[in-house]
Design a protein around this ligand. Sequence first.
Ligand code: NAD
Ligand code: ZN
Length: 253
Amino acid sequence: MTELDAGREALAGAASVLVFTGAGMSADSGVPTFRGSGGLWRNFRPEELATRAAFDRDPLLVWEWYNWRRRVVLECEPHAGHRAIARAQAEGRVRLVTQNVDGLHQRALAEIPERSQAVPTLALHGSLFRLACIRCDYSRTDTESIDTTSPASLPECPECRHLLRPGVVWFGEQLDQEVLSAAFSWATNATACLVVGTSAVVEPAASIPRLVLQNGGTVVEVNAEPTPLSGLATVAIQGSAAELVPAILGTGA
Ligand code: NAD
Ligand code: ZN
């Protein structure tokens, strides 16, 4: 039996399947991962821009970078792997937790007319298309380009007039505790987990496949390269998300 057959079989026989994705999931759609060479913008590293300190120092610069990322992502399309996961969500066959902020999973699901069985995707790191007040609880979803002509043109909170920031989790920030505990509870209850395109080193996200294994579930990994998870996974398959995910989950067509 090939690794691919083993992966397919492990998921087909499972009562409750969790899909967990990272930046590598979107690489085949043309979205750069942070660690890949396409991830750089004007020679800044993401660690220099994706922090609260950077935003407080220079909100214009940080919004210019997010404007660029939002545009890059809107020009990309979900690939066959996103669509296979969306189909499985729509049919109530899987639940999805993602570290991605690009909205491609959500767009793939929105393309399916009959998706009422889908449980909403848990986005651990928020969304590029969410704008959130730095002071109060206000937030909204918005895909329009941000006006970065000057600091005064940046978007403001309609309730308290403080700046709106990208609704993503930055380096050094806590994940939303409700979203995180829902993800842990899904992982604890899953009998199988398909992990796609994540280096599986960053906590607490790295705990998700581990929780599945600890509770006796199987883990199938899809990644372009070996990761620290590969040796622990029940099945580890090397290759691209766009090819392997539909082969494992079925296209549902
Ligand atoms: P990472 O290192 O976890 O992701 C890259 C992983 O994907 C690597 O293990 C790599 O081997 C694998 N990979 C690359 N191309 C692949 C392919 N075609 N098919 C399968 N696997 C592939 O994550 P990162 O890029 O260092 O980013 C860290 C965090 O930054 C993410 O968790 C996310 O929150 C954020 N981020 C999000 C996006 C997005 O939303 N698309 C993009 C970049 C960064
Ligand atoms: Zn506010």
